[in-house]
Design a protein around this ligand. Structure first.
Ligand code: GTP
Ligand code: MG
Length: 141
């Protein structure tokens, strides 16, 4: 798997997605600080949501090959500013999570927010059921 930086709002599903990508058991654990697992850097949602943490995301992005913007399909408002990806040097893709509990319209809306943020491609997954994970894994290989 490529070296990744996972970025997204609080509770959008970054850590659960990482557990799924690594084939580990799914268990909820609030992320309290930025940490690396294998080649993947997982970040607390607060790093995106609280302005004074944002520089830490940019610094971390220098360590990775790909930034993954993660958005929950259940959150109707965008968590990323338009053009947010200009903040990063590596390419940025978008992943819509929690599609198992969302309508197709919600999935579409979350994907639109990610596109507006600058994600060049969007994949939709459920980290809980595994839907879409094979395609994402192939993209990240
Ligand atoms: N139904 C459903 N729930 C999910 C999915 N992914 C995550 N969740 C749930 O969403 C909640 C938050 O998931 P986390 O993976 O901890 O979210 P996070 O983005 O790492 O959150 P922070 O660490 O706070 O930034 C947990 O209760 C997960 O079980 C999914 O694909 N489907
Ligand atoms: Mg987390």
């Amino acid at each position: 798997m490529k070296r990744l930086l996972l970025v997204g709002g609080v509770g959008c599903g970054k850590t659960t997605l990482l557990q799924r990508l690594e084939g580990r058991d799914i268990s909820y654990a609030k992320t309290g600080e930025m940490y690396a697992s294998g080649g993947v850097i997982d970040t607390p949602g607060e790093y995106l949501e609280l302005p004074w943490f944002k520089h830490a995301l940019r610094l971390a992005s220098f360590e990775v090959e790909l930034v993954v913007l993660v958005a929950s399909a259940t959150v109707p408002e965008g968590r990323f500013q338009p053009g947010f990806t200009t903040f990063f040097m590596p390419p940025c893709i978008g992943v819509v999570t929690k599609i198992d509990i969302a309508t197709p319209e919600q999935v579409q809306l979350a994907g639109n927010h990610l596109r507006l943020a600058g994600a060049t491609e969007i994949l939709a997954v459920s980290a809980l059921t595994g839907v879409g994970i094979a395609k994402l894994t192939a993209r990240l290989a």
